[in-house]
Write a protein that binds this ligand. Structure first.
Ligand SMILES: C[S@@+](CC[C@H](N)C(=O)[O-])C[C@H]1O[C@@H](n2cnc3c(N)ncnc32)[C@H](O)[C@@H]1O
Length: 197
């Protein structure tokens, strides 16, 4: 069992079953079709999008989380494809996805850069990458996210690593994040919506 499996093994949904606020407000900017969720955890966002009529695939390295995502989908009478694999090994393919989504996916820099290059390659032309994550400023709020600066991301990093996408929303902001037990208050986040050219 990895660290995340242990966390997810407890009763209930660690990040809740409601979708992320930024996704709820902006999902309609993703073209209808096939959407991939990276490091999706227990499925709150993937299930929400599947309920809006998208064809959803979710991946995460935690088998416990993906099992809970399947159960959440069944409870909502919808289907999502779940894949248990690490981003180190996962190949999202080439021009396959109408949308790719990631929330609070905090990776070591070398892996993060590879994943970002893979996202650009894997989106269809006109496909959308939608993401939110904590910035280094979050270290002073202590309301969620990893306490290591190197795992946090800011806008300049995203813009340089996602070369090939056109940013239609790019914002660093401080907002109230109330998404389960581990995201619990005012937090410094970066939000992006970017379209494959
Ligand atoms: C902060 S949680 C966010 C979960 C989900 N995106 C959400 O917002 O509800 C981070 C997730 O990243 C996953 N994760 C961390 N490192 C990973 C990796 N190398 N490959 C795949 N998933 C990973 C963890 O298992 C965990 O589910």
């Amino acid at each position: 069992m990895n660290k995340w499996d242990e966390r997810y093994a407890q009763e209930g949904y660690l990040y809740g079953i409601e979708p992320n606020d930024f996704l709820k407000e902006n999902f309609h900017k993703i073209p209808k079709g096939k959407v991939l969720f990276l490091a999706e955890g227990e499925g709150r966002n993937a299930v929400f999008l599947a309920r809006q009529g998208y064809e959803v695939t979710a991946m995460d390295s935690s088998a416990v989380a993906m099992e809970k995502a399947d159960r959440l989908a069944q409870k909502n009478n919808i289907f999502i494809t779940t894949i248990v694999t690490s981003l180190e090994d996962f190949d999202p393919g080439t021009e396959q996805w109408d949308g790719i989504v990631s929330f609070f996916c905090h990776l070591p820099p070398a892996l993060r850069k590879n994943v970002h290059a893979g996202i650009v390659q894997a989106l269809k032309k006109g496909g959308v990458f939608l993401a939110e994550a904590y910035t280094p400023e979050q270290l002073k709020y202590k309301t969620g996210g990893p306490p290591m600066k190197e795992l946090l991301v800011d806008l300049p990093m995203l813009k340089s690593e996602l070369h090939g996408l056109r940013f239609v929303h790019a914002l660093e902001t401080v907002r109230e994040v109330h998404e389960g037990k581990l995201h619990f208050g005012k937090g410094a986040v970066v939000q992006i919506i970017a379209v494959k050219k």
